[in-house]
Design a protein around this ligand. Structure first.
Ligand SMILES: [Zn+2]
Length: 683
């Protein structure tokens, strides 16, 4: 077999046919994850090669072991860290001389160190930013996909170093995927917005104009020094630039988004200049990943590892710099944390290396360095093979069921696979890449608290917690199945706008080629709940069989059976679900409580299940309401019941409050001033 490693152990393989063992595997996965983190802490004592290289370069004798580089980065300089989401290198004039769409970025780049070849570690927003601010590869920081858990709170983050050094620290982000709950806020005194409101319709984006406004206002209120991170999301789908850019780019709305973002960046830079801050401010501009735009068949980003999504813009404007320089050496986003830490005079353990020696002209532009990349999205989403890549010199080796080797300097479009023509190079790069792939399982990090609405919104966008299913990590090559990504996007679009027949048709087409995906079974079932409930039930059961630890199909089945008043079955499905999944939001516990109550009557187990539902769910209206009723009627605990009702009422609109007020369960509370007060507006 050609493709032997990596071979992550698919959870479902151990679980196949056994509901009971799934939980054990799940726990073991968590234990492995915890062990991984512990070994990471241990790694601080046993620095990897790159780290030793980067820390040993510094002159000895300073308090922190490293001296700042006063010549190019004076101590106490402000730092503006600008991340451009979804920005392809060739969308910027400074990389693509044919374009004149980004005059502000081009202007800054002309006075900066521009890196011709910078790679992200993962072509996805959250893991890329975590690598950026930790200097670590995803296998070490543990965030390997969007919404794939939060960062281990023991990992040192760049903003903490600045804050500890006396800087004011502020972050201004533009997308829910970077909400502070995912952990990037550590070290920032201000993280703006405090949270994204994606209740109701899906508003996961803030426009560059608003983010830049907030950042300028904050900067102008500071004495300094400050460290500011500004993240702009405009080029991400949907491509809908505001005027005048929509009119200026009628045939290329993606470029219109980039141009519109550039105009806002111009405003930010001018604000710094007008406040006379440019000589005292270093500016780092980088992308988090690119965008496929159909290259190699990938419409957006996140699954494949070709240059259109993995190569990102990077330029570093040192304080007061007036002349630009272009660097050919391959560098990576993981280099930026060690670079800025060194500018602060601090040391750390990183997978990247400081770029300060390159910036000061004291390091070679060439060298044998290998840059690591990974994409596990196809694995988590559909059970396809995980893919990895190594960039070294002019070469890029992609490890997949059909390995590829490209000379990305001569062939940046990666049109000619040189794997068979240069077998020695391929073997050498493969061996080095395999030594960098983290061992162990691919369990995702700590789950993040999300409300039911947020979870629903993310699901609608296609973000569902990993459910690789049977055959996960198989020989299915993401590059060969990428045409399904475009169908999937259309299917989700139809699903979200209620065009369920159309969505069902598209999901069926995907299933024809991807028949073991639990996710697709669940999506198709969800389209058919109203029109073909029997087929929907069967699809949910198949999804469960393919991946017993996948929560959504249990939940969908519970709802469907509950609507059909098949209460015994609700209890049976909820029981299995609680046993086999982590039941992140406690919803299966709620269904188990509800079903058990109706079949067997009140018991302490019912109350215990409701406790879990209330504790885990962010807005569990039904669980609060049911528990309040039970506390009152079964146990006579008026205070506890009122407390639950108070929380429940806080989540309801006036019409729903009116219904609750007239609920027979709470008739005995009428006349109690505390109860009447809860519904004051109803009377
Ligand atoms: Zn992104």
């Amino acid at each position: 077999m050609e493709f032997m490693k990596p071979e992550p152990k698919p959870a479902s393989e151990a679980n196949a046919g056994s509901f009971g063992r799934a939980k054990v595997v799940c726990r073991r996965a968590l234990a492995c994850f915890a062990a991984g983190l512990l070994s990471l802490m241990g790694a601080c004592h046993e620095a990897p090669e790159a780290t030793r290289e980067s820390t040993s370069r510094a002159p000895a004798g300073t308090a922190n072991g490293l001296a700042p580089s006063p010549e190019i980065w004076p101590a106490g300089s402000n730092v503006l860290f600008l991340t451009l989401d979804t920005t392809r290198v060739d969308a910027l004039g400074c990389y693509n001389g044919d374009l004149a769409t980004t005059p502000n970025l081009d202007d800054l780049a002309a006075k900066s160190h521009l890196f011709e070849r910078c790679s992200t570690s993962v072509p996805q927003t959250l893991p890329a930013h975590v690598s950026l601010f930790s200097g670590l590869q995803p296998g070490k920081h543990g965030v390997r996909k969007n919404f794939g858990g939060s960062i281990n709170d023991r990992l040192p983050m760049l903003a903490e170093a600045f804050r500890a050094a006396g800087f004011d620290t502020g972050a201004f982000v533009s997308a829910f995927v970077l909400d502070q709950r995912f952990g990037l806020s550590r070290g920032f005194e201000v993280y703006d917005p405090a949270t994204f409101d994606i209740k109701g319709d899906v508003k996961e984006e803030r426009l560059a104009a608003d983010t830049v406004d907030a950042a300028i206002e904050w900067i102008q209120g500071r004495e300094g020094p400050w460290f500011v991170w500004v993240h702009l999301f405009d080029p991400h789908t949907p491509y809908a630039p505001p005027e005048p850019f929509a009119g200026r780019f009628p045939d290329d709305p993606y470029l219109g988004e980039v141009a519109s973002m550039d105009a806002e960046i111009g405003r930010l830079i001018r604000a710094l200049a007008e406040s006379d801050l440019m000589d005292r401010t270093g500016i780092v501009v980088c992308g988090d990943h690119g965008e496929g735009l159909g290259d190699h068949g990938e419409p957006t980003h996140g699954i494949l590892l070709y240059e259109s999504t993995t190569r990102v813009p990077l330029f570093v404007h040192t304080p007061g710099q007036s002349e630009g320089r272009r660097h050919q050496r391959p560098v990576a986003l993981v280099d930026l944390a060690p670079t800025l830490a060194e500018a602060l005079g601090q040391t750390g353990t990183y997978d990247g290396e400081s770029l300060l020696p390159l910036l000061s002209g004291g390091a070679a532009e060439t060298g044998p360095r290998g840059l690591y990349l990974e994409s596990l999205e196809g694995y988590y989403r559909s059970g396809w093979s995980p893919i990895y890549a190594l960039v070294q010199g002019p070469w890029k080796y992609i490890l997949s069921p059909r390995p590829e080797l490209f000379d990305v300097v001569d062939d940046p479009a990666e049109s000619e696979n040189l794997h068979d023509r240069f077998p020695d190079v391929a073997a050498r790069l493969r061996a080095e890449l395999e030594s960098l792939i983290p061992d162990g399982d691919m369990a995702l990090g700590t789950a993040v608290d999300l409300s039911t609405e947020e979870h629903a919104a993310l699901t609608a966008l296609g973000y569902v917690a990993g459910a690789p299913g049977r055959g996960a990590g198989s020989q299915k090559n993401p590059a060969d199945l990428i045409h399904l990504a475009a169908i999937h996007q259309r299917a989700l679009g139809a699903f979200n706008t209620g065009r369920l027949e159309e969505a069902a048709q598209l999901f069926r087409r995907e299933l024809e080629e991807d028949s073991e995906s639990p996710l697709l079974h669940w999506y198709l079932g969800s389209c058919l709940i109203a029109s073909r409930p029997l087929e929907a039930s069967s699809l949910f059961l198949q999804a469960i069989e393919l991946q017993p630890s996948f929560e959504e199909p249990y939940l969908a089945l519970c709802k469907l059976l509950n609507n059909q008043r098949r209460i015994q079955d609700v209890v049976a499905v909820a029981r299995e679900g609680v046993k086999n999944t982590s039941d992140t939001f406690g919803r299966l516990h709620y269904f188990r409580a509800l079903g058990t109550l109706r079949t067997d009557g009140f018991s302490q187990q019912v109350l215990a299940d409701l406790d879990v539902a209330v504790e885990r769910g962010q807005a569990p209206i039904n669980a609060y309401r049911l528990r309040a009723g039970l506390l009152l009627r079964q146990l006579g605990e008026i205070d506890a019941a009122l407390s639950d009702l108070e929380r429940c009422v806080g989540l309801l609109n006036p019409e729903e409050q009116a219904v609750l007020y007239s609920d027979a369960m709470f008739a005995t509370l009428h006349g109690d001033p505390r109860f009447e007060k809860l519904f004051a507006s109803q009377q």
